[in-house]
Design a protein around this ligand. Sequence first.
Ligand SMILES: Cc1cc2nc3c(=O)[nH]c(=O)nc-3n(C[C@H](O)[C@H](O)[C@H](O)COP(=O)(O)OP(=O)(O)OC[C@H]3O[C@@H](n4cnc5c(N)ncnc54)[C@H](O)[C@@H]3O)c2cc1C
Length: 510
Amino acid sequence: MSQFDAIVIGGGVNGLIAGTLLGRRGKNVCIIEKSTRFGGMASYSVDGGPTLAHSLYNLSPRALSDIGIDPQHPVLSGKPVSTVSLSEDGRHIVFKNDGVYWSDGTKHPESSAWSDLTQRLITYGSLLRQLAEAPAPGGQKTVLSRGGLNEFLRLAKLGIGLKKLGKSEMRRFLQVVLSNVHDIILDDLPEGPVAGLLAADAIWGSATGPRSPGTVFNLIYRLGHGGIITQPAGGMSALTDLMVEAAQKAGCVLMPKTEASRILLDNDTVSGVETTDGRTITAPIVLSNLAPKITSQMTGPSVFDIETIRRVRNIRACGTAAKVNLRLKDNSPLPGLPEQLANERLIFAPSVEYVEAAFNPAKYRQMSKAPVIEAFKVQTADGASWLSTIVQYAPSDLEGGWTESAKEKLAQTTVETLSRSLPGLGDHISGKQVITQDQIESATGAPGGHWHHAEMALDQLLTLRPANGMARYSMGPKGLFQCGAATHPGGDVMGLAGRNAALAALEAQP
Ligand SMILES: Cc1cc2nc3c(=O)[nH]c(=O)nc-3n(C[C@H](O)[C@H](O)[C@H](O)COP(=O)(O)OP(=O)(O)OC[C@H]3O[C@@H](n4cnc5c(N)ncnc54)[C@H](O)[C@@H]3O)c2cc1C
């Protein structure tokens, strides 16, 4: 039996950050992880192939600094990548920080409209970031309570930020933030690939289409850290290795290949964790990197009231993003794409309507026949070259299940769709990996293999995330906290859920 001040169940990005922050604040922490490697979804890979996550756009510098990682660390200071919207006529469109260009370098006619719109969304994003860097507001009953003054000051700062936008812009922000991205984009841009890219960026990992309410929030959320996209030097595993190193430096005891089976209780207070191999680890604080449903199964239902159990059961998490990794023959170039664009972020989303149509089959538990795709050319440690693709929409509840033939069909659809812009791509592929929701769920425990562990929808955001009454990270028995992507402000390789949860656990200390 081992004894700690705090146990973190799950060593995903959020679990690592939560544990490290507690360690740096003097707590004796152990982080238990069922897999052989830490990093969770972010660095999950099959047979050394590309990792599930492949780009950074939302990683919080604040979360990094709080765990002693310099946001300018060489692993993180990779060159920002441009986005290329793949076109079927070979006139690809390149999105850079300073505007939109045709692939021959000439300015795209929608460049300034796109810049104006994205700049506005980035400004809104910086306001949302202030909300993301703290527990969702509304939990402290009085300004004079512990933490109440801080919350008041944070909200005051947000109010000043809103006021600084000016009257009409502030009104516009409040109007658009909860609406659907279809209308907002097409108010400012003509239908087509420039608009299509913004629609795609509002729906990754989520069971929504551009017409779904709240998708503007998702887009703004993604742009909260300025909208710059990078890839960690050495890949996503290099970043999660850096986080492991930070946890070790903070004195955390890391236990890979250790699966929690039960959260132990002493009356209504947490007392530790039991593992599947029969070990008992004790601590008065347990933070769970897992979704609330799984956490509550580990405590048993008796410590929750019926309403909480009902709310936890009703949290929606139908994952929609699958991974299809295409191994390229002999590092071959991508057909139809100028060499200088091969290492950029490639998107297939020719219009807003295309994205909406891609979502429709998922509503009926079917995979899209014409999916939205994000692709990066990456190299794995063995020197192999891959096209690492995220394919949206491949629903977790696919009718008939994710059988081998369903996976084969998804791979075929991915290649066919990309071949519309990269003709003959199939001839350049020597192997493939298809990683669907069922596999993501069994590897990481994320319900429905969901990107954010719980849908990012209006009824599951901010003070309602993951569910009403659970927005302050504590859950059920005294000493139990949630620190995973299902909590505010959600997932992505961002780290704020873990950071905020650790701060909430510290604040709750007597
Ligand atoms: C296909 C796909 C592509 C993505 N691409 C990107 C991207 O490019 N950029 C980006 O920013 N985000 C991306 N994401 C989202 C991002 O990876 C996640 O939101 C984020 O990593 C979630 O981190 P987490 O720590 O909250 O949870 P997780 O990463 O799910 O961590 C949970 C951890 O708990 C462990 N665990 C589970 N059960 C137990 C148990 N009983 N005992 C002990 N340990 C346990 C798991 O093994 C896992 O390590 C992608 C997601 C998907 C599905």
